[in-house]
Structures are given as C-alpha cells and as structure tokens.
Write a protein that binds this ligand. Structure first.
Ligand code: FES
Ligand SMILES: [Fe+2]
Length: 369
C-alpha cells in the first residue's frame, strides 16, 4: 500500500512534546519530534545517517538534535550543524526534515517534500483549542489494524448500537436519517437523530430535561483519515446551537500498513470547568476504543492478513457503508493523482518533487580510510 504523501497527518498531541523528544513511526518512516528553544516544533528522520541509531536516543542541544552515539548534530532543516569528529564532512551530511504545523493543540506533519506543504489543507477542529466554550478530553490509543478500517468504523455509526451497549439502547439506527454528502475531497456521513428518547440518566448528564429531543451525529472525513463527529442534542423546536454540543475528533495516522496511531478527543459545552469529569471521560473513551472498537478492527485485520485494500477483498456493502466507500474512493483518486505527479505525467501541470528523492542518509558518502 502506498500512503498519501501530500497530506497532513497527526503526529502528536501538543502536550506530548512537553515531555521531551517524541519518537513515532508514521507511514513506515521513523520520525523524531522536539520543541526548539525558540518554541517551534521540529520533525526529523529518526535515524542517524552514521550508524543508523535513533536520533531520539540523543538530546536536544540548543535548537539542534545531537546524536547520542558520536555527536553528529542536526538543525531543524535536517542539515548537519556539527560533526565534531569529522568537520570536513559536515556539509555533506543530512537527515530528512518534515514540514510541521501546530494547530488545535495538535502537531500536524506533512509527509511530502516540505516545500509542497500547504497549511490551508489542515481541516478545521476549532473546538480542540476553544477553551472558552469547550472542555476537551483527549488521548491516544495504538491499534493493530489498518487506518482505513478505523475510518470505516467512524463513518458507519450503526455499529454503536451493537458494539457499545448502553449508548443508544432505546432506539434503533434505522430510525435515524443517514445521508452521504461529498464536497471535493471532503466526505460527510450526515446523521439526524430526530425524536431521540432521553432516559432520566441521560437527561441529567446532558442537562436537557426532556423525554424526547432532536439530535445529530454528522461525521466529516478529510484525507488521509481525520474525522470530526459533530454531535449535538437539543430541545425540539430549537436548534443544535442552543443544545448540548459534544464534537469529537478521531485522527487516524498510519504507523504501518497494519497498525495505526489513534489520536482522539471529545469536547463538551456544559460543565466545562469540571476537570475531574474530563479525566473520567478520558478514561471511558480509552476503555471504549481499546476494548470495543479497537479489538473489532484488529480482528478484522487478522482475517484480512496481507490484503491491504479492503474493497479488493470483495466485502458485502450495506447502506451505512456509503461514506466509508466514498472516502476510500477519494483516497484512491488522490493516490493516482500523486503517482501521476511523481511520474511527471501531469499533462503540463507543475511536477512536484518526489519526496523520497531528497538525500536522507550518509550512505552515499564516500569516506577515504
Ligand atoms: S551513530 Fe550518530 S553520530 Fe554515530
Ligand atoms: Fe465505536
């Protein structure tokens, strides 16, 4: 499977960088991230070109990252800033550097050549940094399944009625109105939960003292696999803006073809200063993803084995799969477009540089011994 290069992948929650160097494999590439003295986030290939040890075993020195083995140091562009034991080689040594953006309390990484990175393509997740209106629970789970299987999971919320007992027990998915909407590269699974029954416990939790409300659970997908689920419930006769909003982010970043970094977050507009409640939500979400959704997708992956495109395995497609299929189609189209760009077959359009053509290691260096 080829991963999209010209796309923003979530590489970390911002708070992770406060703890020092963060090493993470993304699309099969080992990457180390760190915050410089000036406060910017840098991302470099996590492999020293000398002896191929992880640079994350080294340390930050000023704005550079110094290898822990023999001291080669690299700046944020990947250029060698210091080669203490062989200064004459310094100008020829480098590692791959990645374009990074810090937005919505998320570190976003562009896997293509840095000069092709377009921050305008980062999808909006305003609630993640809107501390005035939202309390946000957030966390991370590692899932042993292909990232597109996780996308399918979030774009088909009919699974909630079977996999997550207690969430929508009083109502069946077929009572909801579910429609597909595709706008360019953006796919929506629009879900209206009108005439939604609230038991007394839910009324109390949502601060909506009504036995019947209206609701929505619209899922928005942007490539490669960043999903917003815009959930809200409100008193009938009013609007979503007047009710309880609880948007959630489900940000899937492939580690390898069969493993995924799952960055998740959920916001709420009520009781927003209640920190213990937010921590409890984090524990519940982690438990839900790691004991219910995660194992289901991992079992699916185990059956698929080395099959890397689920649609090639000819599954039965149900009505609620429409958005998942549409997202896979967008990804396939974008893969074809990238392949054409890298091959130069653009019919006159600008040819983007092949990301992997940049020097990434010292293995091309000739050393006189
Ligand atoms: S392995 Fe990094 S400097 Fe030798
Ligand atoms: Fe789920």
């Amino acid at each position: 499977m080829t991963f999209l290069k010209h796309a923003w992948y979530v590489a970390a929650h911002v708070h992770e960088l406060a703890e020092g160097l963060v090493s993470r494999t993304i699309c099969n590439e080992p990457i180390v991230m760190y915050r410089t003295e000036s406060g910017a986030v840098a991302a470099l290939q996590d492999r020293c070109p000398h002896r191929f040890v992880p640079l994350s075993m080294g340390k930050r020195v000023g704005d550079t990252l110094q290898c822990g083995y023999h001291g080669l140091a690299f700046d944020t562009t990947g250029a060698c800033a210091s080669a203490p034991n062989d200064p004459q080689q310094q100008a020829r040594i480098c590692v791959k550097a990645y374009a990074v953006e810090e937005r919505y309390n998320i570190v976003w990484l562009w896997m293509g050549a840095p000069e092709t990175a377009d921050p305008a393509l980062i999808p909006a997740f305003d609630f993640l940094s809107d501390t005035e209106h939202y309390a946000v629970a957030r966390g991370y789970s590692h899932i042993k399944a292909n990232y597109e299987l996780l996308t399918d999971n979030l774009l088909d919320l009919s699974h909630v009625h079977y996999l997550h007992s207690g969430v929508h027990d009083e109502v069946h998915f077929s009572q909801f109105d579910n429609k597909l909407k595709v706008e360019g590269d953006t796919v929506w699974s629009m879900l209206w939960r009108n005439n939604y029954p609230l038991n007394p416990a839910k009324q109390k939790m949502m601060e909506l003292p009504f036995p019947i409300v209206d609701g929505q659970g619209h899922s928005r997908w942007n490539p490669p696999a960043n999903i917003l689920v815009d959930t809200a419930y409100w008193q009938q006769g009013t609007s979503a803006q007047d009710g309880l909003r609880s948007p959630s982010a489900h940000l899937f970043t492939p580690e390898t073809e069969s493993t995924t970094h799952y960055f998740w977050a959920s916001g709420r507009t009520n009781d927003i200063h209640n920190e213990p409640r937010t921590r409890v939500t984090e524990e519940r979400m982690k438990l839900l993803f790691e004991t219910e959704d995660g194992p289901m997708c991992e079992a699916q992956q185990a059956y698929l084995g080395t099959e890397t495109d689920f649609l090639d395995a000819k599954p039965i497609i149900l009505k609620a799969d429409a958005a998942g299929v549409a997202a896979r189609r967008v990804t396939r189209r974008k893969r074809r477009e990238e392949a054409a760009l890298f091959a130069g077959g653009t019919g006159g359009a600008a040819v983007l540089p092949e990301p992997d053509a940049r020097p990434v290691s010292g293995d091309k260096l000739r050393v006189e011994i």
